[in-house]
Design a protein around this ligand. Sequence first.
Ligand SMILES: C[S@@+](CC[C@H](N)C(=O)[O-])C[C@H]1O[C@@H](n2cnc3c(N)ncnc32)[C@H](O)[C@@H]1O
Length: 446
Amino acid sequence: MNGLSSAVTDMRLTIDRLGARGDGIADTPDGPVYVPYALPGETVSVGLPAPDPVEGRAARSSHGRVEARANLIAIDTPSPDRRAPDCALFTRCGGCSAQHMAEPTYRDWKRDSVVTALSRARLDIDIGPLVDAHGSGRRRVTFHARRKDGVDAVGFMAARSHNLISIDHCPVLDPALDRAPQVALDVARLLLPKGKPLDVQITATSGGLDVDVRGYGQAGEGIRRTLTQAAERLDLARLSIHGDRIVERRAPSVPMGKGHVVLPAGGFLQATTLGEDTLARLVLEACVEAPRRIRRVADLFAGCGPFALRLTEIAEVHAVESAAPALAALDRAFRATPGLRRITTETRDLFRRPLLPSELKTYDAVVFDPPRAGAEAQAHELARSTVPLVIAVSCDAGTFARDTKILIDGGYTPIRITPVDQFRYSAHVETVGVFFRPGIKRSSRV
Ligand SMILES: C[S@@+](CC[C@H](N)C(=O)[O-])C[C@H]1O[C@@H](n2cnc3c(N)ncnc32)[C@H](O)[C@@H]1O
């Protein structure tokens, strides 16, 4: 335990544990103090800002304890679990929070976020080792673009601030995005004179770079012509504004299973190719290993079909999702790929209208992969259903734990929980949970 007096602004602390965002936490008699980039066992000198500034002030939690965020001044006794970061901008750039952790510490910390979320939900379930799914790196990046004092800048938000850090290289990106910072700057320069801050999303596709700009508003004829010329000069696959296609020079497609999906501009895509492959593999394995033959699967929150296009190799798939352009892209890919079983699609808001037990009864398996908010309404309906196999894919450990508890309270048994790391050096972790409803009869697997 550390001593913390409320009047002091500079102090020495010993770090006791890691927090969910990667901060070191010193447990003081007055409450936890969060120290960015500090590791357990380290003695650190920190500054605790006076109570007023919004950033870094000491705040009282709902339990009445002081939760303080300190600034790291110096690491007095470094941990053997500390490593040199890959990127010179680490600690200044807000993109990564964990480049300072040695591999075993990093892996334990990531896996622990799932363990902690499940134990907070009072669930005592075995959790598998973290599966690394960084692969060749992230295939999509969003840059912020601003004009300040007449100077155009493109980059990421600085850590704990609204300032922009200019980027010309990011080591967590796929090499196919090497020229993305320059492309973002070139495109932003044409649009920033309007005076609005922009987000420039760039995706590496089989056809080349796919660029979608947000924040600009309506594009008139003049700027459309200018952007079309820029797409030519920069050799882009496609350039769009708010998903409105300005020019498509080559199809911005990505392979999924045996199909090729032309991505809807700005639509959801798993962060890394290996991440998508890994999540889909875990989903497929669960179906193949099921105690009975899986003939019909509902793929809920299906996006543009990374699971459906692989599941169709073993079963008929009904893909449900709220984004119509994603389902249209899936349907086109399915129709263009010979030799697959049937895929049907349904545009539906699964928060408001989850599939009901009467609809679910025709499926041997249900996969759901919701946004961070989770699939609470759908989990409640599954809990009332007779679906033999449920596979929950999640990008948020907290809502995964909540939905898992609903399934278990509804009679499902967890078979395997696998954390997957496709957002290297960030606090994000994906989880795949496989659940069986006990008592399902074995059927012929042929
Ligand atoms: C995490 S993504 C997963 C997509 C897909 N499974 C994949 O791996 O690419 C979540 C998906 O849920 C969709 N979604 C968000 N809110 C929804 C809702 N209320 N009802 C149905 N789908 C929704 C999003 O459009 C997005 O495609």
